[in-house]
Design a protein around this ligand. Sequence first.
Ligand code: GSH
Length: 211
Amino acid sequence: MEFKLYHYWRSSCSWRVRWALELKKVPYQKIAINLLSGDQRSAAQLERNPIGHIPTIEIEPGFHLSESLAIIEWLEERFPEPSLLPRDPKTRAVVREVSHMIAGGIQPLQNLKVLAAVADTAEGRNAWAKKWIEDGLTAVEKRLAPFAGSYSFGGQITMADLCLIPQVYNAYRYGVDMPSKPTLKRIYDTCMKTAECKRSAPENQPDAPAT
Ligand SMILES: N[C@@H](CCC(=O)N[C@@H](CS)C(=O)NCC(=O)O)C(=O)O
């Protein structure tokens, strides 16, 4: 049976999971949940994920899993190759640390429902998102510098890259200064050239608006 991924083209959390599925060559079907229309709060999506977020994956009829890092960890256990975690236990733990810094400490602050609650104007929402992405990525730059190679952790694409690249993509959207984060910028440029990253990128999703 093919997995069903409930996602949105521009959702950074969805991109993490799409990229993992591409890397592990797992076939899946994409079902668009339009965040701007509020589809994440439809009765059907709340049934799948009561907090009203995407991504959600259906791994067998009636069995859904949400939270991108839980989905990626499940994929890692179910489809171990290529691995998205290094073998060394300490480095493995730091991969998880950086993934959670982004998934727990940066992305939630720019969620649509948070932006709507913190400011009434697009200008105010953009300034808030930019401030917290800037703050968070400055910390990630510092934390990753000693570990980084072509990717966040040496020469292996890990779960940390799956979190980082969509976050840097959003940093560009909000006008965050990236030249001051040379490690992150280098990793972003390298990853964006890989086939799986490109295939899972927002603009290449069927629900992305035609340009
Ligand atoms: N911690 C969750 C966060 C999921 C999340 O915040 N998803 C966003 C899109 S990236 C969303 O559904 N937002 C809906 C909203 O703000 O109403 C994960 O990693 O999957």
